[in-house]
Design a protein around this ligand. Sequence first.
Ligand code: HAM
Length: 409
Amino acid sequence: MSDILPDEAAVWRRAEDNARAIFGQYGYQEIRTPILEETGLFKRSIGEETDIVQKQMYSFKDRGERDVSLRPEGTAPVVRAYLEHSLGNVLPVQRLYYIGPMFRNERPQAGRLRQFHQIGAEAIGSPSPYLDAEIISLMMGILAACGLGDVELKLNTLGCAKDKKAFEQALKKALAPLAGKVGSLCEDCAKRYEKNILRLFDCKNDGCRKALVAAPRITDYLCGSCSGQFDRIKELLDAAGIKYTLTPSLVRGLDYYTGVVFEASHKNLGSQDAVAAGGRYDNLIEGLGGSSTPACGFAIGTDRVLLAAKGTEIKKAGLDLFFIGLGDEAQKKAFSILSALRTKGVACQMGLDEKSLKSQMRLADRVGAKKVLILGDEELKKGVALLRDMETKTQKEIRLEDVTDTHLW
Ligand code: HAM
C-alpha cells in the first residue's frame, strides 16, 4: 500500500477531474459505497473459486462477529446498492460511476498494489449493444484524457450462460487427457480444471498455455443471438473509430461475466499491463436477489494509468471553449457571452490578462479547450469573432449574436 505524496496527488487530482468531466459528458452520476461489505456479497458475485475470493480478500470478523471484507472491486457493491435502494425504479437505465480505493492481498510488484484505486462505471438496465459500445467508448475516452491514447483494446465474448456452459464442457472434454497426468497442468490449474475451468486461460505457466493452444474457442459455441450481439458491438466500435483486437483467450478473472468482455493494456507496463477492463454481467443482479436485469461496466486501474502515463502531461479535459478577448471592450463582451454559454451547460473560460494572443493560445491549449473564440477590435467593429477548432486547427468567422448557438460552432 503506498502513500500518495503532495506532488503526485496533484497528478491524481487531474486524472480524476478529467474522468469526472467525461462521466458528466456521458451523463453518468457518481455513487459512493462503503469500503467494507459483507464477505458473502463478494463470494456470491465474483465467485467462490476465483483467485480474488480464494486468496486475495482482506476478510475478518468485526466486533459483532460479522464476516466482512475490504472491497476488492466496485461492481458488487454498486449492484448491492442498486438493489438496496431500488435504483431501477428511479430510472430504467442507471448510469453510475465511482472513484476510490480497492483492496487485494496480492503479491506486490510493479503496477500491483494491495491498496489500489479504480475509476469505474456500471450501466444497469439494458441489454442494448449500444450500451456496451457506450461503456467501451467511455473507458477509452477517460484513458485518453489521462494521457493514454495508445492502449491496446482486447475484445471477446463469453456468450450467454448457456453458451458459456457449453464452452466449459467442451473445454473439459478436450483437456481431459491432460487433467489426470501429473505435471501437464500446474497445481493451480489441476484444481481449476475441476472447479472453474475458464480460469485456466489466466495461467501464465508455459505448460498450461501450450495445453490451451489447440483447445476449443468460445466463438464456436455462441448461439445466434450472442454472436449477433457481438457483431453489432464490433460494428458500433468500428463506426466510432475505436480499434480493438479480437482475443478469444480473454476470459477475465471474475465469474459474473457473460457476453462481451474487454481489457485495455499498455506497452509501458511490464507483466501487469492491464490498465482497465470490464464487460457485461447480465445474470449478476438476479444472482444477488434482484429481478433479471442486464448490465455492463468497466474499471480503470488509476495507479497503473499514472505509471504508464509517467512523463506525459495530463491536460485538463472538459473545457468546451476558451475565449480570448483582446482589449477592454472585447473582454466585457466575452464575460457576458460566457455567462450565457454557462447557463446552456457549456464549459468555458476566458483569458484574464492582456497577454499576447500567442501566450493566450498556449494557455487555451494547456487547459485542454476544444474551441477558442478570438475577439479583437477589428472583429468587434464587424460584429464577428474568430472561432478556432483546436483539433483540426481550422478557424472560421462567426457572428457575435450567433455565438451562443453552439450548433453553429
Ligand atoms: P479487474 O480486472 O479485476 O476488474 O480490475 C480492473 C483494473 O483494476 C485492472 O485492469 C487493473 O488496472 C486494476 N487493478 C486490479 N488489481 C490491481 C492491483 N492489485 N493493483 C493495481 N491495479 C489493479 C474489476 O475490478 C471489475 N469490477 C471491472 C468491471 C466493472 N467489470 C464490470 N464492471
